[in-house]
Ligand binder design. Structure first.
Ligand code: NMX
Ligand code: MLT
Length: 436
C-alpha cells in the first residue's frame, strides 16, 4: 500500500501541469467582476483564491474533491467497529483527492499516534496559563509555540529550493495534526479537570479515538463516534472562510504551518465564525432557563424576536455563502435522529424545535440573506447532552478539526508555488475617483 506522502507525490505533477496550462492559456480570461458592494461588503462573492480541497455551492453545500457529505459517509473508511467518517480518511481525501483504503487509513492512524506526544515545554506553557484564559487563546498560543520544532523553518534557514518547500510543509502539517489532540486535551484537563493525569496515546487507535480518551470520554462510544463525525465534517469549508483564509494568507508569507494555523485559530475564535457553537448553546440554555423544557413554537418565536429586537444575531443561523440549511447541520441532525437517547434529550429537542421556527422569523425580520441553520446550530448541543458541558471549550474541538483543511491546503500552496497574497485596497476617495 502507498503511504500518504507517496500518494500525494503521485498527484502533484498533474496539478502542477493544470496550473501551468491555466496560467499559459487563461491568465487574462475574465471570470467575474468586482462591484463596489464586494469591496465594502467583506469581499463576498469575489472569486479570489485557489483552494483544491473543497468547493461550496450556496444551495447544495460543501463537496470535498467533488464528494458530498453523504458520498463521504459511504466511501471513507470509519474506525474499526465504528460507522462515522474519521479524521484520517478525511485528511487523506482533502490532501490527495483520493479515497484511502482501510489499510492506508490505519497506517495513517498509527503514524499520527506515534507522532502525537507534546513536547514537555508546551505542557509547561499550558500549565502556566490562568484557568480563566479562554481555551481558544490557549490553543492558539500552544500551536504557535510548537513552531519551535518546525522542520520547514529549519530547512528554510539552511536554504532549500522552492520545489522542496512542500515536503517540509507536509512534515510540519502531519506533526501538528498529530499533536493537536494532546494539546487540546491538555488544555481541557488543566482548565476543567486539574490534577488528572492524561492517559498515554494508544497506537492502535484513530486520532479522534485518542482525543476522546485524552479528554476522559473514551468510555463513551457514542460521544467518540459523534466527535469523529464532527471533526471530519468541520475539516474544510472551501478557502474563503475566515480561519482557512487566514492560514492561507499567513502561509503565503512562508510563515511555517504552526504560525499559520495559530493565526487561523484566532480567526476561528470570533463569535461570527467558530465561536458561534459556544454562543448557540449559551443562547439555547438561556431560552430553556427562561421558558422551561416544554416550550411551544409560539414561545420560541417570541424569544427569537426578543433576541433580534435587542440587536443581537441569532447564533447558528445565516451564512456568508450558504443559502439553504447547511448539509453539515443535516448530517448532525441525522446522527441525533438515529439515536433514541438523543431524540429524548431536552436540549436536542429544543434545537429541533428552534429549527422549525427560526427560518420563518428570520425571513420576516428580512435582514439575513440566509435564514437557515449552519452547522453550529446543533454541534455544541450534542456535546452538552453527552456530558461535555464546558461550552467555552467547544470551539477548540472545531480548531482540532479545521487543521485538516487549512493545513493540507498549505501543502498545496507550496506544491503549486502560490505567491504572497496581497490584494489591493482602496480608500473611499480612491474608490470615488474610480467610479467617476
Ligand atoms: N441573526 C440576525 N441577523 C443576521 C443573522 C442572524 N443569524 N445573520 C445575518 N444577519 C444580518 C447581518 O448581521 C446583516 O445585518 P446588517 O445589515 O445590519 O449588518 C444582514 O443580516 C445581512 O447579513 P448576511 O449578508 O446575510 O450575512 P453575512 O454574510 O454578513 O454574515 C454570518 C454571515 C454567519 C456572520 C451571519 O449570518 C451571522 O452573524 N450569523 C450568526 C453567527 C453564526 O452563526 N456564525 C457561524 C457561521 C458558521 N461558522 O461556523 O463559522
Ligand atoms: C466554516 O465552516 O468555515 C463556516 O461555515 C464559515 C464559512 O464557510 O464561511
Amino acid at each position: 500500500t502507498k503511504s500518504l506522502r507517496e500518494t500525494l507525490q503521485e498527484v502533484i505533477p498533474a496539478k502542477q501541469e493544470q496550473l501551468k496550462k491555466l496560467k499559459a492559456e487563461h491568465s487574462q480570461t475574465v471570470v467575474g467582476d468586482v462591484k463596489v458592494e464586494n469591496i465594502i461588503g467583506g469581499m463576498r462573492g469575489i472569486k479570489a483564491m485557489l483552494w483544491e480541497a473543497s468547493v461550496l455551492d450556496p444551495n447544495e453545500g460543501i463537496r470535498f474533491h467533488g464528494l458530498s457529505i453523504p458520498d463521504c459517509q459511504k466511501v471513507l473508511p470509519p474506525a474499526p467497529g465504528g460507522k462515522e467518517i474519521i479524521a484520517e480518511s478525511m485528511l487523506w481525501l482533502l490532501l490527495t483527492g483520493k479515497v484511502p483504503t482501510e489499510a492506508q487509513t490505519r497506517e495513517l492512524s498509527r503514524e499520527l499516534a506515534e507522532k502525537g506526544d507534546l513536547p514537555p515545554f508546551v505542557e509547561k506553557l499550558i500549565a502556566s496559563f490562568p484557568k480563566t484564559l479562554h481555551p481558544m487563546t490557549q490553543l492558539g498560543m500552544g500551536v504557535a509555540a510548537l513552531n519551535h520544532d518546525s522542520l520547514f523553518q529549519a530547512a528554510y534557514e539552511k536554504g532549500i529550493k522552492k520545489t522542496e518547500y512542500w515536503t517540509y510543509t507536509l512534515d510540519d502539517c502531519i506533526n501538528l495534526i498529530a499533536r493537536l489532540p494532546a494539546l487540546a486535551a491538555r488544555i481541557y484537563r488543566n482548565v476543567y479537570k486539574p490534577g488528572e493525569a492524561l492517559p498515554a496515546l494508544n497506537k492502535d487507535l484513530d486520532l479522534v479515538g485518542n482525543y476522546s480518551n485524552l479528554l476522559g470520554f473514551g468510555g463513551n462510544q457514542s460521544l467518540t463516534e459523534y466527535l469523529r463525525l464532527y471533526i471530519a465534517l468541520h475539516g474544510d469549508h472551501e478557502g474563503g472562510n475566515a480561519s482557512a483564509h487566514t492560514a492561507h494568507l499567513v502561509g503565503s508569507t512562508l510563515s511555517d504551518p504552526y504560525l499559520s494555523y495559530s493565526a487561523a485559530l484566532f480567526a476561528l475564535a470570533g463569535p461570527l465564525h467558530g465561536l458561534a457553537n459556544q454562543e448557540v448553546l449559551r443562547w439555547q440554555l438561556a431560552m430553556q432557563a427562561e421558558l422551561g423544557s416544554d416550550v411551544s413554537h409560539e414561545q420560541i418565536k417570541e424569544y427569537l424576536w426578543k433576541t433580534l429586537k435587542s440587536g443581537q444575531v441569532v447564533p447558528g443561523y445565516g451564512h456568508g455563502v450558504l443559502r439553504n440549511p447547511d448539509p453539515r447541520f443535516i448530517a448532525l441532525q441525522e446522527f441525533c435522529d438515529a439515536r433514541p437517547e438523543l431524540q429524548e434529550s431536552s436540549i436536542i429537542r429544543l434545537v429541533k424545535k428552534t429549527y422549525e421556527v427560526a427560518p420563518g422569523v428570520l425571513k420576516e425580520h428580512g435582514k439575513t440573506k440566509n435564514p437557515y441553520p449552519n452547522v453550529d446550530a446543533t454541534s455544541g448541543c450534542v456535546l452538552y447532552h453527552y456530558g461535555l458541558k464546558e461550552f467555552k471549550y467547544y470551539t477548540v474541538i472545531f480548531g482540532v478539526s479545521r487543521a485538516l483543511g487549512a493545513l493540507t491546503q498549505l501543502v498545496w500552496a507550496r506544491a503549486l508555488g502560490l505567491p504572497l497574497e496581497r490584494p489591493k485596497s482602496l480608500s473611499m476617495d480612491a474608490l470615488e475617483k474610480l467610479i467617476k
